[in-house]
Ligand binder design. Structure first.
Ligand code: GTP
Ligand code: MG
Length: 201
């Protein structure tokens, strides 16, 4: 959950980048890092590559400056979909204000998207405060692949986003759609947080 420093008028919010294995979660984070002004971002900390190596997530802190009279900082975490990162994912999801769900748009990966989303919902239901679910935004990734391999964005939305959360067609390797999706996610989260921040001050 977000942290407020009311005297300094600062908010720190957490965003989890989740989705099926190899859908492009780390690529999304790398894309944000490459396209945000250096003064606005910290160091990108990539995950380790095996059970014994390094942190089991990629982490990127951003300083978004003033929004709604508050100084906004965000932490983006991309958690690999491997069994030994399950505990890490649970911890990040416990704290997440926003979720960026990265789907793999290939028709052959539909079931993987569905299963990853079901797992996410189970993990969110187990949060200490399950009523206040994180704001969801979908990134339908790999839209650069040949059209015959892909499901349409509408078909993906119908399958995994029936509630109609914002969704974006993305190519994380070339930076298409990613910053737009992040902007939408931050906006949704801040709309929810800023009134609460006002109440807390
Ligand atoms: N064509 C295409 N390939 C992509 C795109 N995004 C990621 N990839 C490729 O997909 C593969 C997996 O990308 P990652 O970013 O490592 O995926 P991930 O979701 O972080 O994977 P895990 O952490 O292992 O679950 C890599 O070979 C990427 O280059 C995209 O938009 N288009
Ligand atoms: Mg990864």
């Amino acid at each position: 959950m977000a942290h407020w420093h009311t005297e300094a008028k600062e908010i720190t919010a957490t965003f989890a980048i989740v989705g099926p294995a190899r859908s492009g979660k780390s690529s999304v984070l790398r894309c944000v890092f490459d396209r945000i002004a250096p003064a606005r971002r910290g160091v990108l900390a990539p995950s380790g590559t095996g059970p014994a190596a390094g942190p089991l997530l990629d982490w990127l802190p951003l300083d978004l400056g003033q929004l709604g009279g508050w100084h906004v900082q965000v932490h983006l975490y991309a958690i690999p979909l491997v069994a030994h990162a399950d505990a890490t994912r649970r911890v990040v999801l416990t704290d997440a204000d926003g979720v960026l769900f990265v789907t793999d748009s290939q028709a052959s990966r539909l079931e993987d998207n569905v299963v990853a989303l079901r797992d996410l919902r189970d993990q969110l239901a187990a949060r200490p405060a399950p009523g206040l679910a994180p704001m969801m935004v979908y990134l339908h990734n790999k839209r650069d692949l040949p059209a015959e391999l892909l499901l349409s964005a509408a078909a993906l939305d119908e399958a995994i986003n029936p509630e109609g959360a914002p969704s974006f067609e993305c190519d994380a390797l070339r930076g298409v759609g990613v910053l737009e999706a992040l902007h939408a996610s931050v906006t949704l989260v801040m709309r929810r947080l800023v009134p609460r921040a006002g109440a807390a001050s």
